[in-house]
Design a protein around this ligand. Structure first.
Ligand SMILES: [Mg+2]
Length: 309
């Protein structure tokens, strides 16, 4: 990572550049995993959703927004092989917001199954929702243990969330043909059981929030090895190919480079038992970086999503 200049803006360096700079200065410590691992196996994670950045209120119901805010944080606990225990919810809302809408938001949070144990509410000029999730884990594999010879696995099909977002952008919120994809975007899966099962065998484990391309790159960098992913083995959710074609994209771009699928990505020794639903998509080798290969073994370049850019 090159040294930053005084006039750099967030748009210049991107989210990953900012995090690398803070880490280089010693202003954050041990932040490479999905959640902070504290003494006693306590695992803590926090994610914020901002109106106009992560969601638009004409694309998502208050109930789904609450569910999603809880689910994306519970996903980081799943990626830590943790048992969730509590959520802390901080809300920023315009004063004109209906109380009934806020109640619906909390009903959505409750649907995710982890109790809200505290938080804060403040006035804001647009909706802002930050959830902290706490749990306990016996063992957090983290991102740094992948070794040559390991298999790369995912817990389920990818691309539905990205395709759902494209449907929303195209004004298809109420189109029955797009319903499953829109739902996938607004209601990420909870992979807690898979996370605990993988936690017992995985050499690296994380959730796919920024897209397989970016997130596989995180494991490669932290582990000091090379991840070779075969596109033909990547499970793509139903309906993704059609939406991709309609948007002038490939299904691989939606499945591997769009993000927000919240399936788990793991590396496991070849003899390890895999939980149901897990699919092998590639292997770890000596070297660096993550690449996607087509059927002929040629590299296909796919880029992930990065905030601020
Ligand atoms: Mg994560």
């Amino acid at each position: 990572m090159s040294r930053r200049r005084p006039g750099d803006r967030l748009a210049d360096v991107g989210e990953l550049g900012l995090l690398a700079e803070l880490e280089r200065r010693g202003l954050t410590v041990d932040v490479e995993h999905d959640a902070a691992l504290l003494s006693g196996g306590l695992v803590v994670t926090q994610d914020a959703l901002v109106e106009g950045v992560h969601f638009q209120l004409d694309w998502i119901s208050w109930r789904d927004l609450g569910y999603k805010a809880a689910a994306v944080n519970i996903s980081d606990l799943a990626a830590s092989a943790a048992e969730p225990e509590a959520l802390i919810v901080s809300l920023g809302l315009p004063p004109a917001t209906l109380v009934a809408d806020v109640v619906e938001l909390y009903e959505g949070i409750a649907e995710a199954g982890v109790p809200v144990r505290g938080g804060d509410t403040t006035s804001a000029d647009r909706a802002y929702l930050s959830v902290t999730a706490l749990g306990h884990s016996v063992h957090v594999p983290g991102r740094g243990g992948a070794r040559p010879g390991d298999l790369v696995v995912v817990t389920g099909p990818l691309g539905a969330s990205g395709a759902g977002l494209l449907c929303l952008e195209a004004g298809r919120r109420d189109d029955p043909a797009a319903a499953a994809l829109v739902r996938a975007h607004n209601r990420p899966p909870l992979r807690l059981a898979e996370g605990r099962a993988l936690g017992a065998v995985a050499t690296a484990l994380m959730d796919i929030s920024d897209g397989l391309a970016t997130d596989a790159g995180h494991i490669a960098r932290r582990s000091g090895c090379h991840l070779a992913i075969e596109l033909a083995r990547v499970p793509v959710a139903d309906g993704v190919a059609e939406v991709a074609a309609g948007a002038g994209r490939t299904r691989w771009e939606l499945a591997c480079a769009f993000g927000e699928d919240y399936e788990l990505l793991a590396t496991v020794p070849p003899e390890a038992p895999l939980p149901p639903g897990c699919v092998v998509i590639g292997r770890c080798e000596a070297g660096q970086g993550a690449v996607f290969l087509d059927a002929a073994g040629r590299e296909v370049v796919l880029h992930g999503w990065e905030h601020f850019r």
